[in-house]
Design a protein around this ligand. Structure first.
Ligand code: THU
Length: 295
């Protein structure tokens, strides 16, 4: 849905997937399908020039949105006939407009809030997409509505916090909550896991056993495949909760996780709270990883 053009240096590798997920979430919330929007990621100097030319504002700002549809937030859902008229018969798409983001501002704001650049880019995408959908923050009332939508979207893409990463304790609580979903009819050893990705998103999982026992997947690998398939490929931490016993990751999981975070923290415990922490490098010394393959 998003066409992202970024010539700016230091654009995080995981950011496009996250921004796309954010845009999809906004459109789901608004009830708009088959959407197109154009995003340009630039530096402060470029956004300063656009601010001066288009708005008479003589400074860089974090994000600019140029909606191509003149509507009020929420009306896409309430006025379906109107929405249908906004589709281009040739492309079958509803083009919402253009977004310009300053990577310099985003970087500064990320540092200020203590979260990742990818997370800040995700938040700015949510804000801008909502503008393209007709939301604004001119009055306190409109601002509150827009803020509420932003929060819904950020929670939907697993970026629920204002600032900072979830703590080890919070990650463990989420791992623990997954114990109820564990499918362990053979071993009755229920496990929940929660991975913290570098972009701030969290992904949970549980063990899923199989009548053909070898087809079983551990909780932490379930969480890892969810993360990677959503575009998060760098992990900072994994929390693993056993129902009755704490469980360190098995050999296969250590190797599987290593690909996405050789230095990640591993927090283990049983129902009630975390009991030990280690790094993956400690659990899998002299490991083999992508850097060892020259191709
Ligand atoms: N298991 C996990 O999910 N994670 C671990 O860290 C250790 C083991 C699961 C796999 C299987 O369903 C059950 O625990 C017993 O081995």
């Amino acid at each position: 849905m998003l066409e992202i053009d970024c010539q700016a240096k230091g654009f995080p590798q995981d950011a496009p997937a996250l921004m796309e997920r954010v845009a999809e979430s906004v459109c789901r919330l608004e009830g708009i399908e088959d959407v197109g929007a154009y995003v340009r990621v630039v530096d402060d100097e470029a956004i300063h020039a656009i601010n001066a030319a288009e708005r008479g504002v003589d400074r860089p700002t974090d994000v600019l949105s140029f909606p191509s549809i003149d509507w009020r937030g929420g009306t896409a859902r309430s006025d379906r006939a109107r929405l249908r008229r906004e589709y281009d018969p040739e492309t079958g798409l509803c083009f919402l407009g253009d977004i310009i983001i300053s990577i310099d501002r985003a970087r500064e704001q990320a540092a200020e809030y203590g979260h990742s650049l990818a997370r800040e880019l995700g938040y700015l995408t949510a804000h801008a997409m909502l503008h393209l959908c007709g939301y604004d923050h001119m009055t306190d009332e409109d601002k509150a509505v827009m803020r509420d939508r932003e929060e819904k979207v950020m929670a939907d893409v697993n970026l629920p916090r204002e600032g900072g990463y979830l703590t080890d304790e919070e990650l463990f609580r989420r791992a623990e909550a997954m114990l109820d979903r564990a499918y362990a009819p053979y071993s009755h050893f229920r496990v929940g896991a929660c991975i913290l990705a570098e972009d701030g998103r969290v992904f949970t999982g549980c063990n899923i056993e199989n009548a053909s026992l070898g087809a079983t997947i551990c909780a932490e690998r379930t969480a890892a495949v969810k993360a990677v398939s959503e575009g998060a490929t760098k992990f900072l931490a994994v929390a693993i909760a056993g129902e009755k016993e704490a469980a360190w990751p098995c050999g296969i999981c250590r190797q599987f996780l290593r690909e996405f975070g050789p230095e990640m923290r591993v927090i283990v415990g049983k129902k009630g709270g975390p009991t030990s922490t280690a790094t993956l490098a400690e659990l899998l010394p002299h490991s083999f990883g992508p850097e060892d393959l020259s191709c």
